[in-house]
Design a binder for this molecule. Structure first.
Ligand code: ADP
Length: 262
């Protein structure tokens, strides 16, 4: 509990700080990009080398503007719009997007629970979260590999179960996103949810992906766990609370290419 509190305080502080900076910075970048665009246009083809320098400057400033957009989105803490959700339907609906994001060297497998319980969450944000996890997996699989997105019903019934899973007792809809990439050493796992923690090169990682995942899951009254071992791969498990009293989705929502979970 203390850890969760520390984490959410950290995220809130960073969110407020970056929100203010990102906003001003974005305006300043507009005053850089605008005139550069005009300059490029005015020059036409008169000086190709100078034009190339200007294009490089526009490129850099545009990347900076994209980063500040992400920071703004992160700090805005958009209120969630939770709805009763069938995660099988959501995951199945993402497969084109996922295949496209993963590229041709990574095989996507989806394994959908035969009769998944209903949960209560913001559908768009959950899609974002799964996409973030897939992009991380892609980065962990530079030579190709496999990504498995799996849904399951998960009852954590006893104190022993809770201890083992490190998740409080209860009924959850479980979504796991597993890659067979390089995995994470313990010191990276320990910091992975921290805002701005990244091991990637400048310009390739913002360190906001997993902290967004963490924020979403906590706001949805769920839990997130990372299981990772070096050389074997990484599994991120999202535990979303079961929504009682809703009719569970039938098997009809599972697409033909998925195997039911026993
Ligand atoms: P970013 O992807 O921008 O670095 P994240 O918060 O999403 O930010 O991830 C933080 C760090 O956690 C990454 O830089 C990487 O070191 C590690 N990480 C996240 N997902 C994976 C994964 N699937 N496999 C290996 N390492 C990962």
């Amino acid at each position: 509990v203390e850890d969760a509190l520390r984490q959410s305080q950290k995220m809130e502080a960073v969110g407020q700080l970056t929100g203010g900076i990102a906003h001003d910075f974005n305006n300043m970048l507009a005053t850089v990009i605008g005139p550069l665009d005009l300059l490029a246009m005015r020059m036409g083809d008169s000086d190709p080398r100078a034009k190339r320098y200007i294009d490089m400057a526009i490129d850099g400033a545009t990347r900076a503007a994209q980063l500040t957009q992400r920071l703004l989105a992160f700090s805005r803490q958009q209120p969630l719009q939770p709805v009763p959700l069938d995660v099988n339907h959501l995951v199945a609906g993402m497969s084109d997007l996922l295949v496209h994001s993963l590229g041709s060297s990574i095989r996507l497998e989806t394994v959908l629970a035969a009769q998944v319980w209903c949960t209560f969450a913001d559908a768009n944000q959950l899609e974002n979260v799964i996409l973030n996890l897939a992009v991380n997996a892609r980065d962990a699989l530079p030579g190709g590999g496999r990504l498995v997105v799996e849904t399951a019903n998960c009852r954590i019934a006893s104190a022993a179960d809770a201890m083992r899973a490190d998740v409080p007792t209860g009924e959850y809809v479980l979504i796991t996103v597993a890659d067979n990439g390089g995995g994470m050493p313990p010191e990276v796992i320990a910091k992975a949810f921290d805002p701005f923690f990244t091991t990637k090169k400048v310009g390739q990682g913002t360190g906001l992906g997993l902290s967004q995942v963490y924020g979403f899951v906590r706001q949805s009254a769920g839990h997130v766990k990372i299981h990772s071992s070096l050389g074997k791969g990484t599994t991120v498990a999202l535990y979303l609370p079961r929504r009682e009293g809703e009719i569970d989705a039938g098997p009809s929502t599972a697409p033909a290419d998925s195997r039911p979970l026993s």
